[in-house]
Design a protein. Structure first.
Ligand code: FRU
Length: 481
């Protein structure tokens, strides 16, 4: 066996060995993308290719901590039902031996091409970084082509996560980087053929007055309506009131990409998700013209070690796929339409008249549920609260228009919260609940809160209450596995 075969064989063994315990976990997700075993982090190489969606993921098969990552691979024809495919990339070469780190996929001349970062460390833990290429004829087996870009001057070895796209006949690549002054930025490359790449310098970052942390990871650039969006995950942004409270953030700037001068002219940075667990998102444009995003439903932080799923030899998952749209220069997110396939019979109760009291939902909810809540006649309402299971509270305060999600802390015996401001008040919520997560889409995707939660599942109740009067419509669905 060569090194590549050996690494693959070991990873497959790990799946076989632990598949029973992984499936026994009461917190194993029902409809979210999860690793077969071990640790999953960033979505990679997300593409619809020859009609099939491919979603690759950062994968550590041998442990529930980070390490020399593989690219795991799922495929789907509907973005709902996913099949595990053979391992796409294993860290078997000198240029990626400490991890086939994040990257992206493009289709070219009937082939699928993966661009990823080869992470290399020496005995003293010094890092090297290489941007690499792998090609596939069938979208299943990939042959590595080796290094296409080496580290340019002016940046540290924190230079990774290539995202490639085509614009007016040229190929472009954005890379997340750290300058030698230890400031985060995004660097642009251009290529006529996906092989020879020319560095065009920083398109956003300190050279253009953007001072936001010490490293930007996982950049993505795409057009929405008549604007361009630069999505990235900056590290080292300090908390500021309700903003930037996670260990690391993900968000975007909206503006215009000036391809002639290699510059992105954008707005200030906006967090794309307001919850506890969202990082390193990646998008693709599908055949229906939809811009679809997956995020990693976690953040690299000290909470990871406290996830109870570790006892069942797996950790982390993706968010549901979300369609992105631009509305008044703000990115709105909607769960993709196909997720409606998961719905079983609805239970609807319309026009619940809440006036300073509590309404308890008449049936127990399944641990995999979708819940839609519409609020009408809110003029007299001063606050609204929804309580779910034994661990989640959503609350809205009309006075300062603040919406918050509270969950039980994974580390301490107390509640913790994330909040944001809703400039036009609270009109609706759509909740996607799974065995160990909740995603709350507020006001048709104006704001989204993603969080991992670990309910005991002994309490499957939901209750709503208000101060002041409001009419509420609620529909719930159990979601199929
Ligand atoms: C983001 C990240 C990327 C890197 C990958 C390694 O979560 O740190 O920058 O490529 O994860 O798994």
């Amino acid at each position: 066996m060569n090194r590549d075969e050996e690494l693959r064989y070991k990873a497959y063994q790990e799946i076989e060995l632990h598949k029973d315990i992984v499936e026994r976990d009461p917190h194993r997700q029902h409809y979210h993308v999860v690793p077969p075993v071990g640790l999953l982090n960033d979505p990679n190489g997300f593409i619809q290719w020859k009609g099939t969606y491919h979603l690759f993921f950062q994968w550590m098969p041998f442990d529930t901590t980070h390490g020399a990552k593989y690219w795991g691979h799922y495929s789907s024809t509907d973005l709902v039902n996913w099949s595990l495919e053979p391992i796409a990339l294993a860290p078997s070469n000198w240029y990626d031996k400490n991890g086939c780190y994040s990257g992206s996929a493009v289709a070219h001349n009937g082939k699928m091409k993966l661009f990823y970062t080869g992470n290399v460390k020496d005995e003293q833990n010094n890092r090297e970084t290489y941007q690499c290429l792998a090609t596939s004829e069938d979208g299943i087996e990939f042959s590595k082509q080796g290094v296409v870009i080496e580290l340019p001057e002016g940046y540290t070895a924190h230079f990774r996560d290539p995202k490639v796209w085509q614009h007016e006949g040229s190929w472009y690549m954005v890379i997340g980087a750290q300058t030698t002054e230890e400031e985060g930025c995004v660097v642009l490359y251009e290529s006529p053929d996906l092989e020879k790449w020319e560095c065009k310098g920083q398109i956003a970052g300190p050279a253009h007055g953007d001072n936001l942390g010490y490293m930007w990871e996982c950049p993505d650039m795409f057009a929405l309506e008549d604007k361009d969006v630069l999505l990235f995950s900056p590290q080292g942004v300090k908390a500021d009131g309700v903003l930037y409270n996670n260990a690391h953030q993900s968000g975007y700037m909206v503006g215009q990409m000036d391809y002639h001068h290699s510059r992105f002219h954008g707005s200030s940075f906006v967090e794309i998700d307001r919850g506890f667990d969202f990082y390193a998102p990646q998008t693709t444009l599908d055949d229906h013209g939809r811009r679809i995003m997956f995020g990693w439903m976690s953040v690299p932080d000290d909470q990871e070690a406290h996830h109870p799923t570790i006892n069942y030899r797996w950790i982390h998952c993706m968010t549901v796929p979300r369609e992105l749209q631009l509305c008044n220069s703000k990115v709105y997110q909607t769960p993709i339409e196909e997720l409606k396939q998961l719905r079983e019979e609805p239970t609807t109760i319309a026009n619940i008249n809440l006036a300073n009291q509590q309404y308890v939902w008449p049936s127990e909810l399944d641990c995999a549920s979708e819940i839609e809540i519409g609020l009408n006649n809110t003029e007299e309402m001063t606050s609204f609260e929804l309580e779910l299971f034994d661990c989640i509270t959503l609350s809205y305060n009309q006075h300062d228009r603040e919406f918050s999600l509270y969950r039980n802390s994974l580390i301490h015996d107390e509640k913790e919260s994330r909040s944001c401001h809703l400039s036009s008040g609270l009109q609706s919520m759509r909740l996607f609940v799974d065995a160990s997560s909740i995603e709350v889409f507020v006001n048709d995707g104006e704001e989204v809160f993603s969080a991992r939660i670990f309910p005991s599942h002994t309490n499957q109740d939901m209750a709503v209450r208000s101060e002041g009067t409001v009419n509420v419509d609620i529909t719930s669905w159990t979601l199929k596995q």
